[in-house]
Structures are given as C-alpha cells and as structure tokens.
Design a protein around this ligand. Structure first.
Ligand SMILES: Nc1nc2c(ncn2[C@@H]2O[C@H](COP(=O)(O)O[C@H]3[C@@H](O)[C@H](n4cnc5c(=O)[nH]c(N)nc54)O[C@@H]3COP(=O)(O)O)[C@@H](O)[C@H]2O)c(=O)[nH]1
Length: 936
C-alpha cells in the first residue's frame, strides 16, 4: 500500500486469536511438565534404590560368605583339634593328666580357638569298673575325684581330663557323659562313626549355675590301637572313650568379628532349617526393624546340620551411597518443580505476550483507522508526494482545493504543475529535506480554482532516509476575509461605515503632519445630535440607527474628499478638515452641516428634523495634537448646546476654563464621597387635606470645604458623566436606610422615606440586591423605603426596569414615578409596572400659579392615577393657591417650600417628635429655615 493510504480491509483485519483448544493445552502444559518430571524422578529414584539394594545385597552376600566360610573353617579346625587330641589318646592310652594339660595348653586355645572351653577326655568304662577308676584317679593325685551321677547306667564315659585348668573344668571332672541323653546320643554317634560328632545346643555343666549360655560339645571317639575300627561294630568293640571339646557358641560367633566391623547379625539354629524361629544364639538382640538383607546358610558341625541366618545390621553400610538415591529424588523433585514453575511462568509470559500482542494489534488497527479517518475526513487538504514530486495519494479536501478529482490527481507531477514558481521552489526544498510553508494566492494546480491557500510541505524520513513528503493545503480564504473584517472593524464604525475613533485619530495625526509641514491649519468639528436620545428611546434603536446612517451620509456630502468624516460613538460625529486656511473655512463647513441636517429626514415614513450642536477647534490655535483638538471641539459643542442647540461654536478660552472647572469638580466630588462631605436633607410630603406628614424625600447635598454648600443641579451632571453617580447613589441609599432605622428607633417612624435613584444605578442591575442588603442590615421590612425613578430611566430599558421594580416590589419597597408628565407621553408601560405613586413635575405646578396652564395636565395625572389605583403627589408647591387648586383636583399630597424646604436631620427631628406623640398629627404649614436649599 502506498504510504498514507489506508485500505479499509486492513482496517478490519481481525486480531490474532488463540483457539480454545490451544489455550487449554497451553494452560495444562506446566502440569504436564510436572507430571513427566515427577515420573522421571520416581523412575530414577526407584532404579537408583534398586541398584543400591542390589549392590548392598551383593556386598552383604560377600560379607556373609566371608563370615560363613570363616565359621566353617573354625568348625573344621575345632574338629581337627578334637581329632588331634583323640590321636594323642590313641597313641598314648595311659596319658597322664599333666601331659594332657601340657598338650592342651600347647594348643593356646583362648587365643586361637575362641569358644572352646576345654579339651577334655572321658574314658569309657563299664559301671563295674567305676571304683577302680576312682581309685586310679585319686591315686594319681585327683584326691576328690568322684563319678557323678552315680549308677547312671551300665556304660559309662567319665570325664577324667580337662584342660586348660580352671575351676569350671575341674568341676566337670568325674561327670558321666552317658548319664544325659543329648550327650549320650552324640557319644554313641561319635563311637559309631569315628568322626567328630556334635551335640545339639546344650548348657554345659560348668555353666549350669551361671545362666544359660548355649554351647555344644564336639566328641571324637578314641579306640584301642590294636583293634580294627573298620565297621561300626568293630569300632564299638574298640571304643575307649571320647575327646570332648565343649564350645560356647557366643565366643565362637563373636570371634568371627575380631578385626572386622560388626555389620552382620547372626542367628544360629541347631536345626537344618530356620523354620523354628528360636535360635540357640543371637549375635544381636532382636530388632523390630526388618533387616535390609537376610540370608540363611547351613553348616555341618560334627555331623549335625545347623542353620545360620545372617542379617544386615541397620547401621551396616552395605547399601553404599544411599544418599545418591535421596539426592536423585530430591534433585528430581526440585528440577520438576523448577521446570513446572518455569513452564508456568513461560506460559504466563506467553499469555501476557499474547494479550499484549492483541493490544498492540488493536492499537495499531486503531491507529491505522484513525490515520485513515484523519486522512480522509480532515478538512485540511493532504497529499502524499514521492521524491520526484509526484502525487501518490491525496484526500478529498486536497482534491477540492485543487479543483480536480482524486483519481486525476494521483500520478501528477506537482513540480511541473505548480501554479506559481514559489510552490515549485517550496516543493524542491521539501524534497531535499528542508521544510517550507508559504501562502499563495494563485490557482493551486492546473485546473484548480483561484483562492487563498496556505501550503505546508513536510518531508517524512526514517533513519534519515527520505520516504515521502506530506503536503498540507488549507483554504485560508475565510481567515483572510475575517482578518480583513477585523481590520475593518478596528478602523471603521460598523453602523455607518465611517472611520471610527482609532482611524480618526490617525487621520488627524496625518493632517497635523501635513499642516506642520505646510504651515496650514486643521479644523476639527465635533458634532452632537440634539435630543437624539429622545428619538432613540421613544422610537426604538433600529430607528435611531437608521437616523445615524442618514446623518453620516449627509455629513459625507458636505466635506471635500481630502477631509474625513468619522463617528466617535453614539450620536457624536467628527469632521477633520485639512488645509483649513482660516477659521472661516471651518465655519463654512459647520454651517453646511447645520444646513444639511436642517432638511427633514424621513425614516419609516416619519419625517422629522435632527438638529446638530457643533463645536470647532483649530490647529495650531487651540491645541497641538489630536486629543487636545477633540477635547476643545467637545467643549465648544457643549457650549453650542447650552446656548440653545442647532448651532456651532468655536472653542474659546473661557469655555476651556469652564470645562476645567467641570474637571475640577469631578476630582473634588470623588474626594467628597471618600471624605464624607456629602449629607442628606429631608423634605416632608404632606396630605393636601389633613396637613399630616405622609412621607419624606431624601435629597443629597455637598458641603464643599472651600466653596461651601453645592446643590445637586451642579454636581449631579458631573457625577452622571464621570460614573461617580454609582458610588454616590450607594452612599445615599445606605445613609437614608440608616437614618430610617434611627428614626424608627427614636420616634417609631411609620411614614416612608423616598430616595432618588438615577438611571446609572438602574442600569447595572444590582440595585435590588444592594437595597435588600441594606434593608436587612438595618432591620427594615421594605415599605419604609420609597424609590423615586424618572420616566426617562424606565424608558431606557423598560424590560430591565420591569424586572428590577418587580423585585423591589416583592420586598415591599414603594415606587414613585418622578417628574411625571415631562416624559415621553408613552404611558402604555404604566399599567405593566408595579408603581405606587405618580409625582406631578413641579413645572406644571409652577405654571398653575402663573396662570399659563389650565391645570389640565395635573388634572389628567390625578385622573390617571385614580384609574390605575396609584396615589398622586404634586411637587414644587410654593403657594396656598397652588395647594388649594391641588385640593380641588383631589390630589392627595404635596411637597414644596410652602410646607417646608428640604432640611437637615436635626431641624426635622422636632417635627418627627411631634409626629410620634400625636396619633394623628395635623401639621400646619410652617416652613422652617432651610440653609441647605436655595430660596425660591
Ligand atoms: N439621583 C439623585 N438625584 C437627586 C438626589 N438628591 C436630589 N436629586 C435630584 O436633584 C435634582 C435637584 O434636587 P434639589 O436641588 O434637591 O431640589 C429638590 C428640592 O429642593 C426642590 N424643591 C422642593 N420643593 C420646591 C419648591 O417648592 N420650589 C422649588 N423651586 N423647588 C423645590 O425640588 C427637588 C426635588 O425634586 P424631585 O426629586 O424631582 O422631587 C432633583 O431632580 C432631584 O431629584 C439624590 O440623592 N440622588
């Protein structure tokens, strides 16, 4: 696939999955390994144990052979000893017992023949010769010799010699061997066979008192030398006695281990088999443990067949290196477990790797899809070009920007088709590894459409090797247009299309430069439309906008091309007249302005005249820079307004002073609020019939440290213009609420106190919250306070005013409409607003007394109030005539110098005191001195 092109089929390629069967096998693999490992271990261990056993058995057998042969040899030797001793007796039938002893001692029995107790000789005699034998023996020195047991039988075989000498052997002398069955049987067999013959296991006479010690006696018969011993019969006839060799079994067996390890336990049976489990001798005490190896051999001993059972002792090292088997087992187990763990971890690692691989695949798939989406869906035109500048692929946005189809574009050589040389250069640079960005305003490609494009070329490399380049194309036409629009808005007034303040300053600066160079003059005309606010408020903003557009066109018509007409904002326009040689030139322009605007304007079928007030300033006469010139023209414009409107004025020095005074006043007022120079005076409101005080109006005053008392008519306009009306109004409200609280506390005040609220206070929308906080702070319910607003304030924003007044009304605050009658005659709003009271403007009351009015307006207002359920109060009542007229008109209350001027708190308090003491007080007009109000 070409770089960057995404095949949707690859996008849905399934991720590699592990089949369930394979997963199960993989899962079981560690257990399989463990099983095989354990199997092999068990096998190796069994084989190893069996090999060790075989080897042990072999060793054991060898050892047993060695012991058995040794035993057999001994027995043979003992037989030889018996035979040898018998030969001595045969050769020397009269051998003396001392010679016998010498002979036996010469054999060195204790060292050489373990187990043999003695080598003795017993003579065979008939019982009849017993006395002779006793006599012979005693005669030979054996003084105590006797035959025992006496009279045992006719045939006697009497023990006459026993060596080596010992107490036991001596005790055995005289014993008749034939007296006891086992011995007799053996002697008879020995006599018959002529061969050494052993008894079965017996207890020797010498041991009879010393505990059981198994032993046997080896008999060898002796015969007369001169007699034939060829047959059993002849041997019986030639029989002279027996050489007897008593042998204790224990030393015989123990002797086998002299000089070798005691590694085999031996059990001796005096029977041909070991079926009878009662050995005559055990070399070791019986053990509960089964011996590792056992074998049984037979031994012919003095013609008897004995059995010998050999058993390996537990501590005998026949099995050799048994640890090897254990080591094999242990090693095998360890290896199996290790392999199990290893496989398990390998399987786990593999599983993790598979999951990871799946994730990576999934992530790659997603990336691929994202790339695909990005490429195809991007609003940015993207093309992939190869090293030669040929398009390999492109998205729809690119094709749209190029004005060709994607199919047409693929394969096109961009460098050849670039709409301008800069594009070709950028491409060249990119293909050589650089990076280029440029904006072109040409057809992008042949066949493309003209427009603004931002072109960005990005080479893509891998390990420093160029792969392809990405070409991003963005249609920046909208952006350019937006920039141009912003540029336009920054310098032109959106409503009229005239230069705005910024451009006006620039134009003035240009004109000043020119004037400085040429020594000419520049005139600045500040134009403000008279009473435009009234038009705007009463006829609507779109109407007002249309008026402003028409005025702008007319103003453009009165100036030369080199002059500039601009709009400062609102209804304020500015004309910058270049090359004004003298003031008169400027005056002519101003006259033209006045004349042009004197012509009626028709908007929406309504014809009317908008007059201007024009102020003029001149460079270099009045100011040196744009700001100074505009300020001077503004001052002059005010002067024109003050002097009756629809006129023009040149700025003068006096005007400047007046304006400066205004500025000074603003500074002082700012200071006054902070320094508590403001204070309130209160004017009572009185019932026209009863003369009772029914309310009070709070009016602000300023005690200037130098100028003394300043009235609101002087500082309120400055406060309004400078924005100080906000903090000032807040102060008035706070002070009035605090005073109401004090009066309530001192006099139980029950009448409302009215406070004037300006349009600015109304506009910021925070008024209700501010008032609620004050009421709460002073513990007032709401109806103790009355808010006086003018019609103008309400008309400015009737919707907003409705919200604010409703909020105040909900809290119980009273609302009075001030200066009523002077406004906009649009009374339709009245029934929609929560108003309590109408205040007839004092101009109507004044006119009444002069007789210039027929009281129709006050009458109408009283009627209107009644029909709407509102109370009506007249202000500015100075005379009894006026009061009488008002009473006749049934106007409920009045306010004016007739009753009282606005007075400071201390002067009002005696009245309030009286009010507090009288349930229903009737105040007679009693105007107290008012140092805080001018005389009428
Ligand atoms: N926003 C605020 N406006 C205020 C505040 N205090 C006053 N004002 C407004 O300033 C205007 C001038 O007020 P002021 O100089 O106080 O004059 C008031 C009275 O002194 C005067 N008056 C009262 N009786 C008579 C009279 O018999 N003859 C006569 N010639 N003048 C009289 O009228 C003024 C009260 O007017 P009004 O408020 O419309 O009831 C004036 O518009 C004040 O509203 C303030 O704190 N905030």
């Amino acid at each position: 696939m070409k770089p960057g092109r995404v095949d949707s089929t690859t996008g849905t390629q399934p991720s590699p999955a592990v089949t369930p069967a394979r997963a199960t096998l993989t899962h079981r693999l560690p257990w399989l390994v463990l099983a095989v490992g354990l199997g092999v271990t068990l096998l190796s261990w069994t084989q190893s144990v069996s090999a060790l056993k075989e080897e042990g058995e072999h060793r054991f057998n060898r050892r047993v052979d060695e012991l058995h042969n040794q035993l057999a040899d001994r027995v043979r030797v003992y037989e030889q000893v018996a035979r040898g001793a018998a030969s001595v007796v045969t050769a020397f039938p009269n051998v003396h017992r001392t010679e016998w002893r010498r002979f036996v001692e010469g054999l060195r029995i204790p060292e050489r023949y373990p187990g043999i107790i003695a080598v003795a000789y017993a003579r065979a005699i008939p019982a009849s010769q017993s006395a002779n034998l006793i006599a012979a023996m005693r005669g030979d020195g054996a003084e105590h010799f006797r035959i025992w047991p006496e009279n045992a039988g006719p045939e006697r075989v009497i023990n006459i010699f026993a060596a080596p000498a010992s107490e036991g052997n001596d005790r055995a002398l005289g014993f008749d061997m034939m007296s006891e069955g086992v011995r007799r049987a053996a002697i008879e067999q020995a006599r018959a066979s002529g061969e050494p013959t052993a008894t079965r296991a017996i207890t020797l006479k010498i041991d009879e008192n010393g505990g059981t010690q198994p032993a046997f006696i080896l008999y060898q018969a002796t015969y007369r030398a001169d007699h034939s011993t060829a047959t059993a019969e002849t041997r019986r006839a030639a029989f002279t006695g027996v050489v007897l060799t008593p042998v204790r079994v224990a030393p015989l067996i123990d002797g086998l281990f002299d000089g070798s390890p005691r590694d085999v336990a031996i059990e001796l049976f005096d029977t041909p088999t070991v079926a009878v489990d009662a050995p005559i001798h055990r070399s070791d005490p019986p053990s509960r443990d089964t011996a590792a190896f056992t074998t049984t051999h037979s031994l012919t001993l003095g013609g008897q067949r004995w059995s010998i059972r050999y058993q390996s002792r537990p501590d005998a090292p026949f099995s050799g290196q048994t640890w090897l088997a254990h080591a094999t087992l242990l090693g095998g187990l360890t290896l199996s477990l290790a392999l199990f763990q290893m496989t398990r971890s390998m399987v786990a690692t593999r599983a993790r790797a598979l999951v990871l691989a799946d994730r990576i695949t999934e992530s790659l798939r997603r990336q691929e899809l994202e790339r695909h989406q990005l490429f195809t869906q991007a609003p940015l035109g993207i093309a992939i070009i190869d090293r030669g500048g040929v398009i390999q692929d492109c998205n729809l946005a690119f094709a749209q920007a190029a004005g060709m189809s994607q199919t047409e574009l693929i394969g096109i050589d961009l460098q050849l088709r670039a709409g301008d040389p800069a594009t070709a250069v950028a491409l060249d640079a990119a293909l050589q590894g650089g990076r280029e960005r440029l904006e072109i305003d040409q057809p992008l490609l042949l066949g493309g459409r003209r427009g603004n494009y931002s072109l960005h070329v990005q080479p893509v490399t891998s390990d420093g090797e160029f792969l392809f380049a990405l070409l991003f194309v963005e249609d920046v036409g909208d952006r350019r247009r937006a920039e141009q629009h912003i540029q336009y808005l920054a310098h032109f007034d959106a409503l009229t299309g005239l230069p705005n303040r910024v451009l006006l300053f620039d134009r003035i600066a240009q004109a000043l430069k020119e004037a400085r160079r040429d020594g000419g003059k520049v005139a600045v005309l500040f134009i403000d439309l008279d009473r435009f606010k009234v038009i705007n408020d009463s006829l609507g903003h779109s109407f007002g906008d249309e008026v402003l557009r028409l005025v702008a066109r007319r103003l453009q018509g009165v100036v030369r091309e080199s002059d500039t007409v601009g709009r400062l904002g609102g209804d304020e326009f500015l004309i910058v007249a270049r090359q004004a040689k003298e003031a008169n030139d400027a005056a002519q322009v101003a006259e033209k302005v006045v004349a042009q605007l004197a012509k009626p304007i028709v908007v929406s079928g309504q014809s009317f005249v908008v007059t201007p007030s024009v102020g003029i300033s001149l460079y270099p006469d009045d100011a040196e820079d744009a700001e100074g010139l505009i300020r001077c023209a503004d001052i002059a414009m005010y002067n024109a307004k003050e002097s009756g409107r629809n006129a023009y004025r040149f700025v003068t020095r006096e005007m400047g002073t007046k304006s400066r005074d205004r500025m000074d006043l603003e500074g002082s007022l700012r200071h006054a609020i902070a320094e508590n120079e403001l204070f309130l005076v209160y004017q009572p409101q009185v019932d026209t019939v009863t003369g009772e005080i029914v309310g009070m109006e709070a009016l602000v005053r300023w005690r200037h440290p130098q100028e003394g008392l300043i009235l609101p008519s002087r500082f309120l306009p400055v406060a309004e213009e400078s924005g100080l009306i906000g903090p000032m109004g807040d102060w008035v409200l706070a002070e009035a609420c605090a005073q109401i609280r004090r009066w309530k506390d001192r006099f139980g005040l029950r009448i409302p106190v009215a406070v004037n609220v300006s349009g600015a206070q109304f506009r910021d929308g925070l008024l209700p919250d501010k008032i609620f906080r004050l009421l709460d702070a002073h513990g007032l319910a709401g109806p103790e306070l009355e808010i006086e607003v003018t019609e103008g304030t309400l008309i400015e924003n009737i919707e907003g005013a409705t919200v604010i007044l409703n909020a105040l009304k909900r809290r119980g605050v009273l609302i009075a409409l001030d200066d009523f009658g002077t406004g906009y005659s649009s009374l339709s709003y009245l029934h929609r607003l929560p108003i309590d009271k109408l205040k007839i403007d004092r101009s109507f009351i004044h006119d009444l007394s002069l007789g210039v009015s027929d009281a129709s307006v006050p009458r109408a207002i009283v009627g209107l109030g009644r029909s709407l359920g509102l109370s009506v109060i007249a202000e500015g009542v100075e005379t009894e005539d006026q009061l009488r007229l008002l009473r006749d008109l049934t106007c409920e209350s009045y306010q004016g110098f007739l009753f009282s001027r606005p007075v400071p708190v201390d002067q009002l308090e005696p009245l309030l005191h009286t009010l507090a003491n009288l349930p229903k007080t009737v105040f007679t007009p009693h105007p107290p001195a008012d140092p805080a109000s001018p005389a009428p």
